[in-house]
Design a protein around this ligand. Structure first.
Ligand SMILES: [Zn+2]
Length: 173
């Protein structure tokens, strides 16, 4: 019998401009109430290295679907490995409360809608986040476990460029 992920979380919806409840609803893993993205151990099960590949493939599908169907990308509360996204997002993108266990590189991605990374956790050694925001609101909160975190903000009129460089060792740019 197919069952579905029970993950739910309140979030601020940029499109409707109000708090809404995100309900995952993806197919859940066997004998579990969570899907591959919301299951805490699935990704890091060292006896099943293929799990990580599956998570990345399904994330890729979700990203492409969001772009082709021009719909918001919801990755709220996802457990993700290191990811490198280099797409141009015109849609609203939600990575709030997501946990990245590897290097997260968004430096080649462009977000022209709102992107929400509030309370996302980046535990990889390096985190590159570059945000081109042309929307009215941008929420960014970063919990970095690297030793040093550099935050740079370039604001040029309507556009704001934010670059975050987190590394174990000193690195100035
Ligand atoms: Zn789920």
């Amino acid at each position: 019998m197919t069952s579905f992920c029970t993950f739910k979380q309140e979030y601020y919806d940029f499109q409707y401009r109000q708090m809404k409840t995100f309900s995952c609803g993806l197919e859940s893993l066997n004998n579990d109430k969570h899907c591959i993205f919301h299951h805490k151990e699935y990704l890091n099960d060292i006896t099943r290295p293929e799990n990580k590949k599956r998570v990345l493939e399904q994330l890729d599908d979700a990203v492409n679907k969001s772009i082709s169907e021009n719909g918001s990308l919801f990755c709220i509360g996802y457990y993700l490995p290191g990811v490198r996204l280099n797409k141009k997002f015109k849609q609203f993108v939600y990575f709030s409360d997501a946990t990245f266990s590897g290097e997260a590189d968004f430096s080649d991605a462009t977000f022209s809608g709102e992107a929400d990374f509030s309370d996302a956790t980046f535990s990889g050694k390096q985190t590159f986040l570059m945000l081109h925001s042309q929307g009215k609101q941008t929420f960014l909160m970063l919990h970095s476990q690297g030793k040093q975190t550099f935050l740079m903000l370039h604001s040029q009129g309507k556009q704001t460029f934010l670059m975050l460089h987190s590394q174990g060792e000193a690195d100035f740019f």
